[in-house]
Each structure stands twice: as C-alpha cells, then as structure tokens.
Design a binder for this molecule. Sequence first.
Ligand SMILES: Cc1cc2nc3c(=O)[nH]c(=O)nc-3n(C[C@H](O)[C@H](O)[C@H](O)COP(=O)(O)OP(=O)(O)OC[C@H]3O[C@@H](n4cnc5c(N)ncnc54)[C@H](O)[C@@H]3O)c2cc1C
Length: 429
Amino acid sequence: MTSWPSDTPSPLWMSLSRKRFEAASLKGEAKADVVIIGGGISGLATALELARRGRRVILLEATRVGYGASGRANGQVISALTRHGPDAVRKAWPGERGERFIQLVKGAADQLYDLLERYGIDCDARRNGWLQPAHSPGRAKRVSGLAAQWAVSGAETGALSASQVAERLGTDTYCGGWEHRRGGHINPYAFTVGLARAAASEGVIIYENSPATRLSRKDGSWIVETPQGRVVADKVGLATAAHTGDLWPELRRSIVPVTSYQAATDPLGPLADKILPNDEASSDTRMDLRYFRKTRDGRLVSGGALTFQIGASRRLPAMVGKRLKEMFPALPENPMTSFWSGRIAMTVDRLPRLHRRGDGLCAWIGCNGRGLALACAMAPVLADAIDGVADEELALRPTAPPAVPFHAFVSRFARLILPWYRFKDSREV
Ligand SMILES: Cc1cc2nc3c(=O)[nH]c(=O)nc-3n(C[C@H](O)[C@H](O)[C@H](O)COP(=O)(O)OP(=O)(O)OC[C@H]3O[C@@H](n4cnc5c(N)ncnc54)[C@H](O)[C@@H]3O)c2cc1C
C-alpha cells in the first residue's frame, strides 16, 4: 500500500481504493507556465483544467497526493454551502456577483460527477441524493424554506416530511428535512487519486514529497523553491487549504484550520440495507453536525468534533458510536472500529474566497467543511483567475485575504466553541 507520513492514521478510504498514484520528488530546475501548489482536489482539478487549456503545468505536493482533507473527508457530494442559502448569498453579495456564485454552487456536484465520468474515475461513486434531516421542528421549517430557495434557483431540491426522512434514513429521530437530488457520495481518496491520474494524462507534471518552501520573483517570473529543486513559472496558484503555511502569510491568517475526526464501522451485513436503504448521504442541521453515509461494502462512515484532542482516537469513536446507536439501536456495541482525522479551512463568515494579487499570485480557500464538489466547481474559476480573466467576469469575485481577528488565539482555541454549539442544539430539540 502507498505509504503516508505516520503523523496521523491513514483513512479507511486508502484500503478501499483500487488505484494508486505515485510521483517522484522534484530535483533540480523545472520550467512551466503555471505552478500549482497542493495535491488535493482543488490543486489537481485546477491543474487539469489549465492543462486542457494548453498551459504547461507543474503541481507540487508537500507529501502525497490526497494527504490533506481530500483523502480524509466523509465523501459527501453536496451542492450547497455550510450556512448560506441563495437568499443569504444575495444579501452578502448583491446583484450579478451573488447570482453567478449561486449558479456555481448549484452546479458544483455536476462538475464533480462530470470529471469522474470524463476520466472514468473508479471511486465507488453513488448519486442517489444528499439529505439534510432536521433535528428540531424549527429547523425543519427553516430547511424546507432553503429547499424552496434552491428550487427557485434551478436546483433539484425538495422538502421532506418527518415520515419521509424516517423512511429514507431508517430512523425516526428527525422532524423533517430536505433533499438535493444531484448529490451523493464518493470514496474521496480514490477520487483524488483518479484526478491525479487524469491530470497526468493531460500533461500535468506532478511532484510528490516536494513542499514549496519559498516564493520569490525574478525577472518577471516566479521562483518556487523546494528542498531539492525549484520551478520557474509565469503564474502560481495556491491550493493548500487548511495546510496553508507562510508562502502567503495573509492567506494563512485568513482562515482557521479546524480538526475534524472520522470513524467507521466494520461491514454491517444485512443491517446495512436498513440504514439509508436508497444509499444517499446525510448531514443534519445541528451546529455540532451529525452525518453518515455507507461504503460499498456496507460500513457506516461518520464523524464529529471534539473540544479537546487528548485521547481522540478512543473518545471520538465512542462518542460517534453512541450517537449512531441512538439512531440505529440494532448496531453492535461500540460499533466504530476505524478512526482518522483531517483539517478543514474555516472562514469567519463561512463563505469561500478567491484571492488574486497584483503580481498574479492566486488562491481559493475556505471550504468550511463542504469542499469536495465546491473544489471541482472552483477549479475553472481559479484557472480563470490565473489566466487573467477580469474580476467582474469571475464566478467568485477576488478580494484581498481578510485577517481573522486575533488569529493566533482563535486558531488555537476555536474548538472551545463546541460546548456552546451543543447547548444551542439541545435547546432547539
Ligand atoms: C474529516 C473531514 C471530512 C470532510 N467531509 C466532507 C464531506 O463529506 N463533503 C465535503 O464536501 N467536504 C468534506 N470535507 C471538506 C473537503 O475534504 C475539503 O474541502 C477538500 O478536500 C479540500 O480540498 P483541497 O484540495 O482544497 O485541500 P486539501 O485536500 O487539504 O489539499 C491541500 C494540499 O496542499 C498540500 N500542501 C500544503 N502546503 C504545501 C506546500 N507548501 N507545498 C506543497 N503542497 C502543500 C497539502 O499536503 C495537501 O495535500 C471534509 C474535510 C475533512 C477534514
């Protein structure tokens, strides 16, 4: 099996992936039109897009392709933002600016599934829909409004009654909800590996174990240094998400990296047919989110957050297992048998951002936990930004990275907000 740095447990997804990707590290000097930094879905899909436009592209990945959030996610394909529905987007970004972005989000799952089909990516993809069950009557009302807003914007969405949700999930612990019929789920590591293979097939040169350590300008070109080499390029795109370091310090300070934990059961046998019988993906309305989906071999994969990380490998599976057992009492005791974690790039207002500097350095950041489909939709936008398309033509308007107030403190203690989220969730029920 492909080895990863041993600092965190490898995700279950690696053992369920049939394809691998390996690339050499950069040694010596290389030249390109564009260098993309980051070998997750964002970087790979952007590199692929630029190569299809005829650019010579080099991609640098610090460790291994899929090592970041892309290989560790829950795998839910969601064409909706974490917090903002269409009306809230219009309020934040009035006029044409908001409308373009709403259409981008609406089509995000299509972008992911189009890539998957075009390159025949083998990642156990399902497209039976995405569900958001509501944990309180108030939330049920609110999300049925959200479903209506998305439907008016042209999305295939609809509100669900409590009994419909019970039938779709296999548990009657929810009060209603909504569905997005274009969503689904994938093995995110296998998808990322598939994108790397697709990018390479389109001519992208990928180097693994090649962290970009320094960016500088010389004679109108970018010099991107790695421990054993350097790339000379006209343009640079950063796709480093929650792993963003100090290549662009303002970018690092514009997000809060948050650790999210995952846990999975063993294959559940016939019980798997009773949970999510139509094989959708599900994430509920709680602030301390509860979510789950099945794998091709009938495991349940879920996850959660912890206020303190000490003992996470024991405490998180126990907590998630208990929550799932409340919903599905037929599950065995302590059902979660595998565990891993990843890092999510959060923005203060939960909206993603596109950044472009005067010297041509570009980045998009801020998936806020819903970035698999969004990364695929943002790839052509980041490619446009790199290609010099005018600000007003871009589906997400570029801005300067806004600093998160008290960044060092907030980054360190962001998790302390979790008890407050849980209190609010319990009050609503
Ligand atoms: C536990 C978890 C569960 C999630 N579940 C879902 C879900 O179900 N649905 C959903 O839509 N989203 C989910 N997300 C979010 C989703 O995974 C991310 O939005 C998405 O994968 C981000 O992709 P990315 O390419 O932008 O970043 P990443 O995949 O994090 O890739 C960034 C890459 O940049 C590399 N890098 C960093 N610095 C450098 C450097 N200096 N030089 C070279 N390389 C560098 C890193 O090694 C890394 O590989 C989840 C995230 C986590 C962590």
